[in-house]
Design a protein around this ligand. Structure first.
Ligand SMILES: Nc1ncnc2c1ncn2[C@@H]1O[C@H](COP(=O)(O)OP(=O)(O)OP(=O)(O)O)[C@@H](O)[C@H]1O
Ligand SMILES: [Mg+2]
Length: 601
């Protein structure tokens, strides 16, 4: 049995195919939505969801929420005096959803498709996959939330041809994707977003305002009370009141926020009582809505269209229920969003559709997603050399050749980076490793091939190899500290499976059998533009050569310059003739010429 899971910052949902249709699964309280909150009761029993959320005010030290915000970092949270990784806390949520699904279907659930924001980084995706495995799932696929939303819509409209813009504003993240849907095939044209922008930021702004109001009126700074437990508990009460007021203001033009006995001084109780209008709230949070503009523009640009190219807009995420957000989208895209898509449910529904396709419960729908970031490596003089560009269709594999910079060099440091800046140091480091065993040759003559394999989950595997000796080394980027190795994962798994769920959390089923590999693979996407890898590689060198000639063309001997220009012309010709052999040879020549020119300049 396989399920689709929307593991959200504030709320999570699980769905599966039932009688041929994607269906949301009810939790132990009969609800489809489970708060992404984890806590331990006084006796050390695990609470997840509503029960944990309910104890957050009384026991902030034993409760944790919004864990998704720190996925992929090496931060830890303390729960009841014990430290947990973000993966472990997420795993506790996933383990709860697994139990809910098992008692709903009365059978073991071994596999899952889990969604992540399209703009999640490699580390965040890997952490999510680890969390699923720690919870005891075989994680069949990590899919992007906006893509899942489009799948939920597309599943009902399989005969349509449409370009859809998904605007996904949730509790903790903002994503935008442009997706072309052609009779059951879904191709993501572009994605952009912000991993740290969501509903909780609106709550934060309103909370800060409430703290200020209280300070003004009562002359007490609640942010600086000494008693830590009381401070946390007050913060929790204010945050909850702020979120409730925010939600009320989606319906009402004015609301009253009233927290009696918030604080007491010398036995004199003090209450918080503030009235706020929708207009006031909108003006203090306008910058948060406005912050979604650039990502929308970037994705339109990357998809090579303007707003007139969009046939339909889908709103996803609870934050899109805010009138100011709706207005913003309508103004910006000149279009009313579709109303048939449920903003909170569609991601889990789409995940279930993907899960159903994966195991052959549903007919083949083909999904081709894209890489959210540009990835590459560091080369001499702190330069960044891109290997896979953002918005390239995945899965994909791309190769690029490099030459040695010193005479008889036998080792090379491969530093993997993510970003768009020309300078390596301005991009984000994903990890590094040393390739050894390079054939000793004069500088510029030994060739090292670096290959990036992007899998369907958006996780990258990097290989470097000396072309002559074949010596090679590869990593699934996991050098960064936040990655868990196998032993750590195993330890976490035993921790999660040993935690006792509170009796209110429902019955568990015995461990699922290993179902083996009986799934039907979904057709993988072809490279977006149908170019061969040699062609793509050649285009890298052509770009480098053009850049070089513009930047430094005047600082090298004329003869060298003419040679490069000549090779560039021949290589362009070879590409247009589709002559693979020539492309390969000329790429090598150009690489050498550029290396010589670099030294001469
Ligand atoms: N009617 C409403 N008006 C304003 N905000 C709302 C409303 N309903 C829900 N929200 C907000 O939406 C957010 C939750 O949305 P959702 O459940 O889509 O997010 P999530 O899936 O948990 O987060 P993410 O997708 O970013 O990981 C919360 O911040 C909540 O306060
Ligand atoms: Mg969400």
């Amino acid at each position: 049995m396989i399920v689709g899971i929307d593991l959200g910052t504030t709320t999570s949902l699980v769905a599966a195919i039932k009688d041929g249709k994607p269906t949301l699964i009810l939790n132990e309280r009969g609800k489809t939505i489970t708060p992404s909150v984890v806590g331990f009761s006084e006796t050390g029993e695990l609470l997840v969801g509503e029960a944990a959320k309910n104890q957050a005010i009384a026991h902030p030290d034993r409760t944790v929420s919004s864990i998704k915000r720190i996925m992929g970092t090496n931060q830890r949270v303390t729960l009841g005096g014990k430290e947990y990784t973000p993966q472990e806390v997420s795993a506790l949520i996933l383990a709860k959803l697994k139990r809910d699904a098992e008692s709903y279907f009365g059978q073991p659930v071994a596999e899952a498709v889990i969604t992540v924001p399209a703009y999640f980084t490699d580390a965040q995706r890997q952490a999510t996959k680890d969390a699923g495995e720690i919870a005891g799932f075989a994680v069949e696929r990590i899919i992007n939330e906006p893509t899942a939303a489009a799948l939920a819509y597309g599943f009902q409209h399989q005969d349509e041809v449409k370009t859809i813009l998904v605007y996904d504003f949730g509790g903790g993240t903002f994503d935008v994707s442009i997706i072309k849907m052609v009779e059951g095939a879904f191709k993501v044209l572009a994605s952009s977003g912000n991993n740290r922008l969501g509903g909780v930021d609106f709550d934060q702004v309103l909370s800060d305002y409430l703290f200020e109001q209280f300070k003004e009126k009562e002359e007490v700074d609640l942010k600086n009370i000494e008693d830590e437990k009381m401070r946390l508990s007050i913060r929790q009460r204010i945050t909850e009141a702020a979120e409730k007021a925010k939600i009320d203001l989606s319906q009402l033009l004015e609301t009253n926020i009233n927290i009696p006995f918030l604080y007491s001084e010398e036995d004199e109780p003090k209450h918080l009582d503030v009235t706020i209008t929708r207009a006031e709230f909108e003006s203090m949070t306008e910058h948060l809505v406005e912050a979604t503009r650039d990502p929308v523009n970037e994705s339109l640009e990357a998809a090579g269209m303007d707003k007139t190219g969009i046939d339909a807009v889908i709103l996803v995420g609870g934050t899109t229920r805010m009138p100011s957000v709706k207005r913003f989208v309508i103004d910006m895209l000149d279009r009313e969003p579709l109303t048939e898509v449920h903003p909170e449910e569609c991601v889990a529904i789409g995940a279930a559709v993907q899960a159903g396709v994966k195991v052959g419960q549903l007919d083949d729908l083909v999904v081709v997603d894209v890489a959210p970031y540009t990835l590459g490596i560091e080369v001499v003089n702190d330069r960044f050399s891109p290997i896979i560009y953002a918005n390239t269709a995945i899965p994909c594999s791309q190769k690029r050749r490099y030459v040695t910079v010193s005479d008889y060099q036998t080792e090379a440091n491969i530093h993997v980076l993510q970003g768009n800046h020309k300078l390596a140091s301005r991009n984000t480091s994903l990890g590094e490793f040393v390739l050894t065993g390079i054939t000793p040759k004069p500088k510029g003559e030994a060739i090292v091939e670096v290959i990036f394999d992007y899998d369907v989950n958006g996780i990258v595997n990097v290989t470097a190899r000396d072309r002559d000796s074949g010596a090679k080394k590869n990593i699934i980027i996991k050098q960064s500290r936040e990655r868990m190795d196998l032993a750590e994962k195993e330890e976490a798994r035993s921790m999660v499976s040993n935690v006792a769920f509170a009796p209110s959390m429902g019955e568990a089923l015995p461990e699922a059998d290993d179902m083996g590999d009986e799934t039907i693979p979904v057709t993988a996407g072809k490279d977006s533009v149908g170019k061969s890898s040699a062609q793509i590689e050649a285009e890298f060198y052509l770009n480098d050569a053009r850049d070089f000639l513009t930047d430094k063309g005047d600082s090298i001997p004329d003869q060298m310059k003419t040679q490069i220009q000549d090779t560039v012309r021949q290589l362009e010709q070879a590409i247009s003739d589709n002559n693979e052999e020539k492309i390969d040879k000329l790429s090598d020549t150009l690489l050498m010429q550029l290396s010589d020119a670099d030294i001469a300049s």
